[in-house]
Design a protein around this ligand. Sequence first.
Ligand SMILES: Cc1ncc(COP(=O)(O)O)c(C=O)c1O
Length: 369
Amino acid sequence: MIPVNEPKLGEKEVEYVMECLRTGWISSAGKYIEEFERCWAEYCEMPQAIAVSNGTVALEAAVACIDLQPGDEVIMPAFTIISCALAVVEHGGVPVLVDSDPDTWCMDVDQIAPKITPRTRAIMPVHIYGHPVDMDPIRALADMHGLLIIEDAAEAHGAEYKGRRCGGLGDISCFSFYANKIVTTGEGGMILARDEVLAEKLRAYRNLCFRPERRFYHTDLGRNYRMTNIQAAIGLAQVREIESHLVHKRWMAEAYNNNLKELSQLQLPVEKAWARNVYWMYGLVIDESTGMDAVEFARRLREYKVETRPFFLGMHEQPVFHKRGLFLEEHYPIAERIARQGLYLPSGLTLTEEQLDAVCRAIKVLFLA
Ligand SMILES: Cc1ncc(COP(=O)(O)O)c(C=O)c1O
């Protein structure tokens, strides 16, 4: 089976992890945490970094620390991972959805303004599969209405919007370092913040809101979202290799594009003039005229030993939210279509030319037969 993803780990990762083990710095204190935070903040040009245990809790902590009140609204794409909506719902807030741009699959920024109400507190753009969201209109709306921007850059390590790195464009940004991400720590996440006071709040929240002057006395409820020094050691080694990871993703995207562009049944990923797409995952949307949806396409590719993953299912199509009375009767046609017709191909950092050729051959056999 050609795997949809595999992490790429090298000797530096082994060396740094071994150092943690040899020195006993295996928990959440240690030099790698600080160094990883410093490097990631610098890479994204944000002043404050808080390493956490995964991307889902990064979003939850971000929402918790802006003091979202019950009934407050956060505007986000329908087409995203549940972590975004979960973070808001957990704090009594209301996720307000917008549809996707049909080309980039990111949130359609033209649909945001009509959704702003007096209860709107924040906008949560999500850079989907490595392509940046069109951020300037979001910044303009946020400034006009006094809203915060919580960027979800989990899938867009190293991506750029008008020459600026994703994760450095909002007020707060959240990352995942899960094993399939461009930079991984196995499980892990990071929050970057512009504001120092907010960053201190996030640091306290990550660590059960212990107080420095009186440890077991609490004035706020926090969580244990700490990252370990071992995870940060892997992360630091990975950050030092990020440029080579990005080169591999671009090679992959160009090779898939060249091989598949003649197939009119497939919509391929784009790169807008203002964007640097990092092609975290190489997604495809299959035309309905083929008589196939993504489930059937994935099943057929599996017969050729090609593993794929389906696209996200929109938040408005999730029974768990319907049970809570959310998004009933809401429709987002683009998100619905790409959820049914979209999947991504093997896109890992260890993908070889032979594997990529085999994937393309399988697709061509399916469509040209
Ligand atoms: C856009 C996005 N946000 C958040 C997350 C959550 O990250 P994690 O799996 O580390 O909890 C993911 C996970 O892949 C993601 O793709």
